[in-house]
Design a protein around this ligand. Structure first.
Ligand code: GDD
Ligand code: MN
Length: 360
């Protein structure tokens, strides 16, 4: 086995057979296999891959249940491989498979870690992208300079070949979040990676649709933050704290409405505002901070109640600690800050155990 082609899939049923056919054509004369890593697509992609695999032992399927994520799918697909070289490419035929033999030839020579299929070197390009998409892509590219020092034209490409030793050296350092596996590889490497970019034209998608959405953009920010400050504070805690500070705004607005519009007494209005803020924080955390473990249906209701309990105890700890600091004759703001910090760390830690329990 010389080459494993790892292909992440989510609802790509119609693209599977054409892709395998094309791979067989361009990789003729090479010992290769293709591993489709499917996140339990509702359209039955995995089932179809297994049907093909019945007749062709070069085709394999890794089906993941209850999980989503392009990067983690690529990583786990590569971990199933024993080949010296591993390619990653999309299932949707947007990546030009005809480039694979040339990429393979380049990486066979000893002096490269990665060969990238690049849209942004001479001869490459994107076909038919809308103005905003081009703009967003170039913005994301510029942001990537925060974490990647290599002078690579297309760090966001999802099309590349990597040497297995390089991958093995790095795999434990990867963030594995979001869409940008190549960026992750470059940003996580302790030494500069030796790479080469070969141009290709990014084709239009014919079947199925793109999974790139606003959540993917958020995951990108997540990846950048993790590479920038992840060794100091968990990114999840940063998001949790950010949502918490938004919650203060929500609380004040609700309090004002309770007092001035509904004419409630202060203790009642403050109580209602607290409930509103906690509920808002819970929903925001559920969508952003814990989007990978999002609670739905009954789980959402149960989660909300556990969140009330956690935050209630957090508030008690907050007041207790703050009063203790205050009594030791520290300034009032230090006491307040200390209490808030302890309260939020408590809320974060406890809600990660009791509210957003990792599904098994
Ligand atoms: N297993 C799995 N899980 N696969 C996924 C998931 C997921 O959660 N989300 C997307 N995929 C698969 C798709 O089925 C497809 O094969 C591939 O990943 C790319 O997804 P698209 O939705 O087609 O992404 P795109 O075309 O918008 O983005 C591509 O181009 C970007 C450059 O602009 C990708 O190659 C990106 O990695 C690349 O940055
Ligand atoms: Mn695509």
């Amino acid at each position: 086995m010389e080459l494993t082609v790892v292909v992440p899939t989510y609802n790509e049923r119609e693209n599977i057979a054409p892709l395998v056919e094309r791979l067989a054509k361009v990789l003729e004369g090479t010992e290769w296999e293709v591993v489709f890593v499917d996140d339990d697509s509702p359209d039955g992609t995995a089932e179809l891959v297994r049907q093909l695999a019945q007749k062709d032992r070069r085709v394999r399927c890794l089906q993941r249940i209850g999980r989503r994520g392009l990067s983690s799918a690529c990583i786990e697909g590569m971990l199933t491989s024993a080949a010296p070289f591993m390619a990653v490419m999309d299932a949707d035929l947007q990546h030009d498979e005809a480039l694979l033999p040339r990429m393979l030839n380049e990486i066979r020579r000893d002096d490269l870690d990665i060969v990238v299929g690049s849209r942004y070197v001479e001869g490459g390009g994107v076909g038919g992208w809308s103005g905003p998409r081009i703009w967003i892509s170039s913005l994301a590219g510029r942001l990537s300079r925060l974490v990647v020092r290599a002078n690579i034209a297309d760090p966001m490409s999802g099309f590349f070949i990597i040497r297995r030793d390089t991958f093995e050296d790095e795999v434990r350092r990867l963030s594995a979040q979001g869409f940008k596996i190549l960026l992750d590889l470059f940003a996580s490497s302790p030494r500069p990676l030796r790479f080469k970019e070969l141009p290709f034209k990014f084709r239009l998608r014919v079947h199925g649709e793109s999974k790139l959405d606003t959540l993917v953009a958020l995951e990108y920010v997540n990846l950048l933050l993790d590479k920038l400050v992840g060794h100091l504070v968990p990114v999840r805690f940063l998001l949790f704290a950010l949502v918490g500070s938004l919650g203060i705004g929500v609380h004040l607005v609700a309090l004002s409405i309770g007092l001035h519009t509904l004419r409630l007494t202060f203790p009642v209005a403050q109580g209602v505002a607290t409930l509103v803020a906690m509920t808002g924080n819970f929903l925001l955390n559920n969508v952003f901070t814990y989007r990978d473990q999002r609670l739905r249906g009954l789980g959402l209701v149960w989660g909300l109640f556990s969140f009330y309990v956690v935050c209630g105890l957090g508030a008690a700890a907050n007041v207790g600690i703050a009063s203790f600091i205050y009594r030791s004759e520290e300034p009032w703001w230090l006491a307040g800050l200390g209490g808030a910090l302890v309260g939020s760390v408590w809320n974060y830690a406890m809600s990660s155990v009791f509210t957003w329990t990792r599904r098994r």
